[in-house]
Ligand binder design. Structure first.
Ligand SMILES: [Zn+2]
Length: 358
């Protein structure tokens, strides 16, 4: 593709660990919601998340995605409609999944969550070497493994992970509270801080420092699912959707970001099926390579829920770079940029005219 000029000047990337496409597109699963082994107070959560109408039901779970992104952005991965997204790596768990998202290729060497410092230079590290992006990329993550995944020592990126305090903002009153709280809240998942803390620290940073690239990596959905707690898994997805709304509402009233910012949201892997398989993922758990992604921003045509095509998680790195006018290349072949997100290709059915530049 010849590099056309994009409107995007800033990227916000959000990952929701192990959140399934099944709940994204169908809302709460009735067979799980009524299962007293997965949901402690079934009537409470039926009231909160159940409606017989699928369109209403998924809005109850994810109102920002299904009210705002569905009408102004793109949502990929509804396999029942013929839209497919998968990971390329053969492992179907977190570190290989994040490596693929952030580097643009599946590295078979990266085969453990305890892999240690990432030997690969990802798109953020590479971009941070250019004067335009140097010091303008910030990452906030719930899981401490991101210190290795983003190779904090080598990359020089701002990586604020797990229980690390954030210092250095002028507007520090909220930050002090968050720093105090994060070690006083229950440490229910080993090495993982709660997503509300990650979100709020990252959001305070965004508002004051105006990074060109902000990455927020949330975790709770995966850990609650491993623990078989479906109501907590749904609650976590629900308030993560509200984090997205808060981000987007703020972006769209900020003179620095408004109409110049693309929000991308995805996950590192899928999960299995059924009330037992759902708790797990990995190459032994069927279909846990199935993922999804959403995009909303000034270059992305508002085609809503996508109904065909096959995409892979190795395409996001190049897509993010292309949105920012940066040509991302590595010695390993990286997944191609997604033309539909960039607005340089039309969709057959639901989108007629090419996105035009002013
Ligand atoms: Zn997991």
């Amino acid at each position: 593709m010849g590099q056309t000029k994009t409107k995007t000047q800033n990227i916000i990337l959000v990952t929701i660990d192990g959140f399934r496409w099944q709940e994204l597109f169908n809302g709460a699963d009735s067979s799980f919601l009524h299962n007293k082994q997965l949901v402690e107070n079934t009537s409470k959560y039926e009231k909160r998340y159940w409606n017989d109408n699928l369109a209403e039901r998924r809005k109850m779970l994810l109102p920002f995605i299904w009210n705002t992104v569905a009408t102004q952005g793109q949502i990929y991965g509804n396999r029942t409609l013929g839209s497919f997204v998968n990971v390329k790596n053969p492992y179907w768990f977190s570190y290989p999944g994040y490596n693929e998202i952030l580097t643009g290729f599946a590295d078979e060497r990266v085969n453990s969550n305890e892999f240690g410092p990432n030997p690969n230079t990802g798109v953020f590290e590479m971009m941070s070497k250019s004067p335009e992006f140097n010091g303008r990329i910030a990452t906030f993550t719930s899981w401490d493994a991101f210190n290795d995944i983003l190779n904090k020592k080598r990359s020089g990126l701002l990586v604020n992970s797990a229980f690390e305090n954030m210092e250095g903002l002028k507007n520090a009153s909220k930050l002090e509270l968050l720093n105090d709280m994060q070690t006083a809240l229950p440490d229910i998942f080993d090495g993982v801080r709660l997503d509300a803390v990650t979100f709020n620290i990252g959001f305070e940073y965004l508002k004051e420092k105006n990074p060109r690239i902000l990455y927020l990596a949330f975790d709770e959905t995966d850990d609650f699912a491993h623990g078989g707690k479906y109501n907590d898994y749904l609650n976590s997805a629900h308030y993560t959707d509200d984090f997205l709304k808060k981000l987007w509402d703020w972006v769209q009233q900020s003179p620095v970001y408004k109409d110049k910012t693309t929000l991308l949201v995805t996950c590192d892997h899928g999960r299995g099926e059924g009330p037992v398989g759902w708790k797990s993922h990995g190459s032994k758990t069927a279909h846990s390579d199935q993922t999804w992604f959403i995009a909303i921003g000034p270059d992305t045509p508002a085609t809503g829920e996508m109904t065909n095509g096959q995409y892979f998680n190795n395409q996001y790195a190049k897509t993010m770079a292309a949105l920012l006018g940066f040509d991302y290349k590595t010695p390993s072949p990286v997944g191609s940029a997604i033309d539909l997100v960039l607005g340089v290709k039309t969709v057959d059915n639901n989108f007629m005219s090419l996105h035009t530049q002013p």
